[in-house]
Design a protein around this ligand. Structure first.
Ligand code: HDD
Length: 714
């Protein structure tokens, strides 16, 4: 993959720490070949060296070619393998990116579970984490408005444990039987396969109206959560309610949480739309580059637990996947940390062939009666058979690192050889028996079940608006404004009046002002009164501003430094060095990639070779821009594309830094009466535009501080 941070940057050498060479990487090495080995020669799949793979064997006379011969096993094999290269893409979450990493526990949860991975603090458990979008095909864009998948495979000493989660803590539906309907409604419409990777169409919103249970989740998808800045800056949630069982046999209900140490940050919608075209691989490159640069993304791992005896103490059903467990009621206990520290070696055999299953649990961890989870436990296992074949668990990325055996031996593409004369249990030799409890055998919790066989949902499942209101009430004003714009965008793309009218009516069950704003925008009758009264309760942790790190960091943020011939070298080199020292990624952007010269520098001087030119990149792909002062400013003023960089960055709420002559450039480009600009030595920060008329070290520091994410203060 071409690295977007490579050119012009002193790229940090990719050195693998010994921690990353864990049990799983060692296991995969058994199946890895190095294509770059100079001793390699092309062979057929059956190992015979090929002397020519460029010309099909032909019947020829002299230098005149005749018909091609079927006899050519090299040619036939090459085309045959090509013809069968593709496998079915995932029916959902088709587009993804993944990385290896390590999970470390810093506090044992032995009071609630016996699982080694959650009790043994001396362990370092290898993980593989795949991020994804849900609705788009494999070739769709990264920055679409969508839920993001957050699927983690823990290769534990007791077998694989998968948390197949999302970056949003709730789900659209309560019962797995509805999954095909919601996905069909969200995917491209069946008659013309339009639109790709979008929920902005009639069918999706028709479904949302007809299923009140989706209200909470669709409010999340219309918030900034659905357009993350980076996979590294979003939360992960197990969503479903699982269970933990401790040594005493006591059971707790549990929800799993991953909280990113970089905070939770998003794009703005216009930016996301543009990036989808300008760099459809934006998120996967961001993840790849951060790991290559040694800036390993980290998440704190936490659990919310509820003892079995308190299952019914809440006014919502704790087994309902459309509900959060508000942190005020059930605090998160952070007990571990997950770090991603190694990129995959190959996309297909690792990121594409990895297969997650909610039913992959290890002793000490179990299921609840959450009806969404129960259905998922069937679906994941089943889908892998279509995608990968019946022996999918044997694939290198999927197999466990602990010993595994059973008497299921055959099936298509089985390659493991099990030696021995019996393939059943019990057998006359007594070999291959099930494990006892002492040997670590998985024991189901003896849950008492009594009841009638019926198709129903429990009573509390019918409250569909309380938490949708709770979520919306908890958002910061700018987050609410973004929800209004998002809904207005989505419903603008629905041309059936029934769809957008009914949906705006539904919004009145959440917030009247929101419903009115959206109705006005999309041309629906404006609701005059709230459908369901708002309870006005809030839960602060539902706003993503809650996760802003206490110490804002600029680490891994992309900063564009705009230059033309005649830039102020003191400001340029000073800011660049300060940014690098703070872990940011500075990029020089100029009118050309050939050298650009500093003020006072002779044209024959070495100059600075920009990483990109103004036409080659866009402001959307950076978190912030800085413009040093100097005579170059006059040239930038005459460059429409450079001015667009400044205006667009401001429009996308990005931090902008300028010194000296560049202050006036920013002022004129943005034409903003409300923004103050420095006219002296003093550093002025107004709306994220940080200016200092004179070049002075404080301005570098301030610029860096501001790049923490301008969205925090708009
Ligand atoms: Fe699912 C894939 C997350 C409900 C059926 N799902 C899939 C992936 C993620 C999720 C992250 C991609 C895994 C990967 O990277 O390979 N799904 C969720 C969450 C859900 C959820 C958080 C609600 C709590 N899913 C859900 C239901 C069903 C499915 C209710 C079916 C009854 N999901 C699937 C699937 C997929 C899948 C069809 C497609 C590819 C795969 O499983 O491996 O089986």
């Amino acid at each position: 993959m071409t690295s977007i941070i490579s050119s012009g940057l002193e790229k940090v050498q990719h050195t693998m720490s010994s921690a990353t060479e864990g049990a799983k990487i060692a296991d995969l090495k058994k199946d890895t070949i190095d294509v770059h080995d100079p001793n390699n020669r092309i062979t057929t799949d059956f190992g015979v060296k090929s002397s020519n793979t460029d010309d099909w064997l032909k019947a020829s006379s002299g230098d005149k070619t005749g018909p091609m011969l079927l006899e050519d096993f090299v040619g036939r094999e090459k085309i045959h393998r090509f013809d069968h290269e593709r496998i079915p893409e995932r029916v959902v979450h088709a587009r993804g990116a993944a990385a290896f990493g390590t999970f470390k526990l810093y506090e044992s949860a032995e009071d609630v579970t016996t699982a080694g991975v959650l009790t043994d603090t001396s362990r370092s458990t290898p993980v593989f984490l795949r991020f994804s979008t849900v609705l788009g095909s494999r070739g769709s864009a990264d920055t679409v408005r969508d839920v993001r998948g957050f699927a983690v495979k823990f290769y534990t000493d007791e077998g694989n444990w998968d948390i197949v989660g999302n970056n949003i803590p709730v789900f659209f539906i309560q019962d797995a039987i509805k999954f095909p309907d919601i996905i069909h409604a969200g995917k491209p419409e069946p008659h013309n396969e339009v639109p790709q990777a979008q929920t902005a169409h009639n069918n999706f919103w028709d479904f949302q109206f007809l299923h009140t249970e989706t209200t909470h989740m669709f409010m999340w998808t219309q918030s900034d959560r659905a357009i993350p800045r980076s996979y590294r800056m979003m939360q992960g949630f197990g969503v479903n309610t699982f269970t933990l069982t401790n040594k005493k046999g006591e059971r707790h209900f549990v929800k799993f949480h991953f909280t990113p140490t970089l905070g939770v940050h998003s794009l703005v919608w216009d930016e996301a739309l543009k990036i989808a075209g300008q760099d459809p691989d934006f998120h996967r490159k961001d993840l790849w580059d951060a790991i290559e640069a040694g800036a390993y993304p980290k998440w704190r791992f936490g659990i919310q637990t509820i003892p079995e005896s308190k299952e019914h103490d809440f006014d919502f059903d704790i087994l309902d996947a459309t509900k959060v467990w508000p942190e005020e009621l059930v605090p998160i206990r952070y007990i571990g940390e997950l770090e991603l520290n190694r990129n995959p070696d190959e996309y297909f055999t690792q990121t594409e062939q990895v297969a997650f299953c909610t039913s992959h649990v290890v002793p000490g961890i179990g299921f609840s009666d959450d009806p969404l989870l129960q259905g998922r436990n069937f679906s994941y296992f089943d889908t892998q058979i279509t995608r990968l074949g019946v022996n999918w668990e044997e694939l290198p990325i999927n197999r466990p690192v602990c010993p595994y055996m059973n008497h299921q031996r055959d099936g298509a593409m089985r390659h493991r050889i099990s030696k021995g004369t019996v393939n059943y249990w019990p057998n006359r030799f007594g070999v291959g028996p099930p494990a006892t409890k002492e040997e670590g055998g998985y024991l189901e919790y003896p849950e008492k079940i009594a009841g009638l066989k019926q198709r129903l949902r429990s009573k509390k499942f019918s409250d569909h608006y309380s938490q949708a209101q709770l979520f919306y009430n908890s958002l910061a004003p700018h987050e609410k404004a973004h929800v209004l714009s998002a809904l207005s965008f989505e419903l603008d793309h629905c041309d059936d009046p029934v769809v957008y009218t009914r949906l705006t009516e539904r919004l009145a069950d959440i917030d009247l002002e929101l419903a009115q704003g959206v109705a006005e925008a999309v041309g629906a009758p404006v609701p005059q009164k709230a459908g369901t009264p708002n309870h006005n309760k809030k839960s602060p942790s539902l706003s993503q501003t809650y996760y802003n790190p206490k110490e804002p960091t600029i680490a891994t943020r992309r900063v564009a430094i705009l230059v033309a011939d005649g830039f102020d070298p003191v400001a340029y080199y000073g800011v660049k060095a300060a940014l690098t020292a703070a872990g940011a990624l500075p990029f020089t952007i100029g009118p050309r990639r050939l050298p650009v010269h500093a003020q006072g520098e002779d044209k024959s001087g070495k100059g600075v070779s920009p990483d990109h030119h103004f036409e080659g990149m866009r402001s959307t792909l950076f978190d912030s821009i800085f413009i040093p002062g100097g005579a170059h400013v006059e040239k930038l003023r005459k460059n429409g594309r450079a001015l667009h960089w400044v205006r667009e960055a401001f429009g996308h709420l990005k931090a902008i830094g300028a010194t000296g002559e560049a202050v006036a450039l920013v002022r004129d480009a943005c034409q903003l009466p409300g923004v103050q600009f420095s006219s002296s030595n003093e550093v002025v920060d107004s709306y994220g535009v940080v200016t200092a008329a004179a070049t002075h070290p404080q301005s570098f520091k301030e610029t860096i501080k501001m790049v923490k994410g301008a969205k925090d203060f708009i």
